[in-house]
Design a protein around this ligand. Sequence first.
Ligand code: UTP
Length: 398
Amino acid sequence: MNEQKLAEEKLNKYHQEHILELMSKLKDTQKQEIIDQILKIDFDKISELYENTKKVKEIDQNQITPINYIDKEKIDKKEKKELQKLGEQLIKNDQYAVVTMAGGQGTRLGFSGPKGTYKLDIGAKGKYIFEILADNLKKSKKLYNMLPYWYIMTSSENNKQTIDFFEKHNYFEYNKEKVKFFKQASIPMLTKEGKLVLENNKIKTASDGNGGVFLALNKEKMIEDMKSNNIKLAYLCGVDNIMVNAIDPIFIGLMLKQNMQIASKSVHKAYPEEKVGVFCKRNGKPSIVEYIELSENMRNERNKNGELVYGEANTLSHLLSVEAIEKVANQNLKYHLAIKNDLYKFEKFYFDAFPYLDDMLVMRVKREEEFAPIKNKEGVDSPKTAIEIYEKYYKVEK
Ligand code: UTP
């Protein structure tokens, strides 16, 4: 049977005949592109995900308990020195990598290009987000005479634009050989009626969520690449925190000393109602509990020092051993439903991988030193608030 017939059969079987109708108006080359897409789509999975959206969410029976953390500020001087040395050695040995997840759509920011190419009004000429991240990593060259490997995750929607941007800006003087782009998987978006959407003569797809990072690292042979370069640890972070401190020998040293598979940085919640996910244990395993999952009691519960018991907020800054990445890459993370621009988007969350790792080290850092995410166009976590934090810390003159 030819490809067109196969594609038609699939569309009929899964009640997506409207695509056939739309295709009939297109040129042969355009039709072929859509046929290629259709043949690659796992329709059983898509139907299952859609059917799940109609089900009432089961009540979570998981047992949520607090997780221990170490306050970076409170580590004594002598230990800090020792940890610094341990961490530095790994960086100097060229066994360190940073993985930036830049495959998101940035819907809330309302910027059409990849978020990393967004220019912030900083200093006299302004700075792109990717430029800030590159400058930050370049400090490693000065301090330790070594640049980390930099793996950047893109999506089908923004891969070309991202690479072209780096080329155009000469990788912001980063060593090009050490920058590696890899693409995450995509999944079709659906209308609320469960129908595929045609946009720009293609079936509309979106990246499969930041939880796609582990599978993508594996599929795109980046884990292999890490191993062949003898990389031991990778710092996993988002693209949108312009204060990210990925070169942190004390953090690296602490993880090595405690022989952990994963370590995460937290900032203390500003107030009980702050809408952030916090680190916890779920049935004894490391996890994140979302704001809405916490009961009012848990939200306000304080320890004997007067601090919130569920108060260590996720900053999307995690150190993982390469073995840990490999381990979670083989797990099937579940999809969550998001509604973006009135369409259903199915996303995996990277933190659903945490329970597969037995324990986690949480290190609290200062918000004003390491956390300035850019999520929204205005208001909280916007370019304005992030610039304020950045300029204050770096004492940038206007
Ligand atoms: P967010 O959940 O904030 O999503 O991603 P977003 O796509 O940037 O923004 P909205 O929700 O559409 O407004 C947190 C981090 O995960 C990355 C993002 O690029 C960001 O660094 N991410 C998200 C991916 O790499 N891939 C995805 O599929 C989703």
